[in-house]
Each structure stands twice: as structure tokens, then as C-alpha cells.
Design a protein around this ligand. Structure first.
Ligand SMILES: Cc1ncc(COP(=O)(O)O)c(C=O)c1O
Length: 400
């Protein structure tokens, strides 16, 4: 049986809401976007949610509003998608790449502190809630979290939560809710936990930051098109306060987003149950390491189920992927680290000691299918394929 890496579930109100938008005659950013923003803000408990056409746009706007510009040095973990880093360069800043925790793939307060102590010039930090697991943002006086460390030094924080909706930080606050002066960026790309095809959202509690991002999202114009359309008189009048971008979300996309948002918790529950089933079924395979059990005080969004090969098994990761794919099962790799990409290896500020944890992660990781509509038969096919591929790869593998 073939199992894709991801399959969309759009069996809720998507078609109904889309029809309403098409029949309304208003396709660009309007009432549906406002509804989507309100509903999203309420779901994470943020004061402002600003809808945009990608998480990349959200990250760009958030960094711009945080003051990243020529000469800024911005800390980005190596294990992420290139979008996290590229927005820094759009603004003329320099990316400083740091290593990640060997077991979670996340930026930790410990790694952050080391980097900040060695590089006091860092002015902004971009934690990535990789795979849907929230980084340790909040701590105590004795054991500070990422936000505590940054705030103590006046460093701004832009969270990359492309994978992390819906999720909660340790202590139970939703990712995207106010945890200090941070902005938090979400992705609604086609295979994310909820989707609008392409789309994103940025949340903040800071009124001035929200205002800046709202304006920069649409050319730096001081009024939205919807605002001008719905106001009687002076509809043509507007001012331009900066050279902004064209990052607004359409009502078409927001209609899909509203329907997906209604089912976000249901989707998360289904993915979390699949993760438990994977643990039971694959947990006994010695050559594999499953994702560490997440602290119970926070919620993992389970966007990705990344397994890793025990290096001692001698299994070649690419061969294992091939053997799984040969049986019709889709897989992926998250991620080839930034420091191994041609562009970032030339332009980013790199650690002379290298990135042993991100390298080890990359060389041994693969992601298995994890989507809410996976049937028991499909689950069975994935597990059987993984089991037999491991056996085949162990045959003749150079053991350590
Ligand atoms: C960690 C991370 N950050 C940012 C992005 C960019 O998201 P988008 O495609 O919505 O721009 C992605 C997309 O895959 C991602 O995985």
C-alpha cells in the first residue's frame, strides 16, 4: 500500500466558506481575514494576530519590527529551514548559526547562553520550535529560559513557530501567547498542521510592533484596502509611511484557514495518537531512536515525527530511506543544517568548533508520515516497511 508523506484533510467547512467568499465578490484581504485573525488570536491568547501570505513574510515583518537591519547580528539554530535565516539577510543583517541540542534538535537556554557570552553583539534571537516541540522559553531565576536570558540583555526574540500550532510552552501557555516582548510566526504552508495553501500569521501583544507589521504587510500604507472600501467618504485617501511589502493574505486563503482552525485541536489529537502508536510499534527496534518523550507540562504540536538511526547500528540513512520508499512509503529529511548549505556556509557567522550535534542529527534522521487522516492500514504499512527496511539494511552493515 502506498502512503504519502502528507495528505490534506479539508473535509470540514472549507468548501462552504470558500463558496461564501467567491459569492461575496471580495477576494483579497477583507472580512474573512479579520475573522481569521480574531479567531487565531483567541486560540493562542494573543492581543494581536496579523495574517500574511507565508511564515517567511511573518518572520521578515517580525524581524523588521524588532529593529533588525544593516549591522545586526541575529542568532539562528542550524537545524531549520532556510527561511528562518534568509529574512535576516533581506534586512541587511548577519546570521550567526549555533548548534542544537543532540536529543531534541532544539536551541536550549544553555546553548544560547554560551553563544551570548561569546558574542555580545547578538541583538536578536530566533528560536525554532522544531517539529512542533516548543523550546524552553520560560525558566526560573536560577534556571532561566530563552526569553529570560534575552530580556535580561535587551535582546529581541522572534519565534519561528512554523511547526508549532497548536502547542504550549512548559507551564501550559499556548505558543504564540505573550511570554514577554516576543513575536511569534506561524506557517500555513500546504503540509503544515493547518493550511491555507500558502499563508502565515504573526502574533504579539505589543501594540506598536503590531501596528508596524500591519502597515509593512501592505506596502507601508497607513490604511488597509478593506478599511478604505468600507468607509464612506475619502476612500481614496491614504498615506505611505515606509517602503513596505506585499504580504497580505487573501480572503480566499482565510476562508480555508478558518475551517482548518476549527479542527486544529482534533488534528493535533489524531497526530498525538499516531505518535503513541508509533512508539509502541517501533520502540523496540534497537537500531532506531524515536523522538524523546516530551515534558508533560507542555504540548508538542507533532508536526513531524523524526526518527534517528543509532550510529552504532552501522545503517546508512540514505539506504534506509530508499528501502522504505521502495515499499511505497513517503519520507522526508528535516533538515540538512544551514551551515552545510552553500550560501550560509559562505555568508553566515560560523562557529570554528563546528556543529557536531546538528551534523549527527542530519546524518541519521528521517521523518515518517504523520497526518490526521492516516488509516490503521496505512499506519500498518508504514511500520511494516520500516521494520523490513531496517532488517535489510542491518544485513551487511558495518557494526561499531
Ligand atoms: C522552520 C520553518 N520556518 C519557516 C518556514 C517558512 O514557512 P512558509 O513556507 O510558510 O514561508 C518553514 C517552512 O517549511 C519552516 O519549516
Amino acid at each position: 500500500m502506498n502512503v504519502p508523506f502528507f495528505r490534506l484533510d479539508a473535509n470540514g467547512n472549507e468548501l462552504r466558506y470558500l463558496r461564501e467568499v467567491l459569492e461575496s465578490g471580495w477576494l483579497t484581504s477583507g472580512e474573512r481575514v479579520l475573522d481569521f485573525e480574531r479567531a487565531f488570536a483567541a486560540s493562542v491568547g494573543a492581543r494581536h494576530a496579523i495574517a500574511v501570505n507565508s511564515c517567511t513574510a511573518a518572520l521578515h515583518l517580525a524581524c523588521e519590527a524588532a529593529g533588525v537591519g544593516p549591522g545586526s547580528e541575529v542568532l539562528v539554530p542550524s537545524l531549520t529551514f532556510t527561511a528562518t535565516a534568509e529574512v535576516v539577510e533581506y534586512l541587511g543583517g548577519r546570521v550567526r548559526i549555533v548548534d542544537v541540542d543532540p536529543t531534541t534538535g532544539l536551541l536550549t537556554p544553555h546553548l544560547l547562553k554560551q553563544a551570548l557570552d561569546s558574542h555580545p553583539s547578538i541583538s536578536c534571537v530566533m528560536p525554532v520550535h522544531f517539529a512542533g516541540a516548543p523550546c524552553r522559553m520560560l525558566g526560573t531565576e536560577q534556571d532561566p529560559g530563552i526569553v529570560d536570558l534575552c530580556h535580561a540583555r535587551g535582546i529581541s526574540v522572534v519565534e519561528d513557530a512554523a511547526h508549532a500550532f497548536p502547542a504550549t510552552y512548559e507551564g501550559g501557555k499556548p505558543v504564540g501567547s505573550p511570554i514577554g516582548a516576543t513575536t511569534c510566526c506561524f506557517s500555513f504552508y500546504a503540509n503544515k498542521t493547518i493550511t491555507t495553501g500558502e499563508g502565515g500569521m504573526v502574533t504579539t501583544d505589543d501594540d506598536a510592533v503590531a501596528e508596524r507589521m500591519r502597515r509593512m504587510r501592505l506596502h507601508g500604507i497607513d490604511r488597509s484596502t478593506w478599511d478604505r472600501h468600507t468607509r464612506i467618504g475619502a476612500a481614496w485617501e491614504y498615506d505611505v509611511i515606509a517602503a513596505g511589502y506585499k504580504y497580505n493574505l487573501t480572503d480566499i486563503a482565510a476562508a480555508i484557514g478558518l475551517a482548518q482552525l476549527e479542527r486544529a485541536q482534533e488534528f493535533r489529537g489524531a497526530r498525538a495518537r499516531l505518535v503513541e502508536a508509533y512508539r509502541e510499534r517501533l520502540g523496540g527496534i534497537e537500531a532506531l531512536r524515536l523522538p524523546p518523550v516530551h515534558p508533560t507540562s507542555s504540548h508538542h504540536a507533532w508536526h513531524l515525527f523524526v526518527i534517528r538511526i543509532d550510529p552504532a547500528s552501522g545503517i546508512d540513512r540514505n539506504r534506509l530511506i530508499e528501502k522504505i520508499n521502495d515499499q511505497g512509503i513517503g519520507t522526508s529529511v528535516h533538515y540538512k543544517p544551514l551551515h552545510r548549505m552553500t550560501h550560509w556556509s559562505k555568508t553566515a557567522l560560523l562557529e570554528p568548533s563546528g556543529y557536531p550535534n546538528a551534523d549527527d542529527w542530519y546524518e541519521h534522521c528521517l521523518s515518517l508520515p504523520l497526518f490526521p487522516s492516516m488509516t490503521p492500514e496505512e499506519f500498518e504499512s508504514v511500520c511494516t516497511a520500516v521494520e523490513s527496511a531496517v532488517v535489510e539494511c542491518l544485513d551487511g552493515a558495518p557494526r561499531q
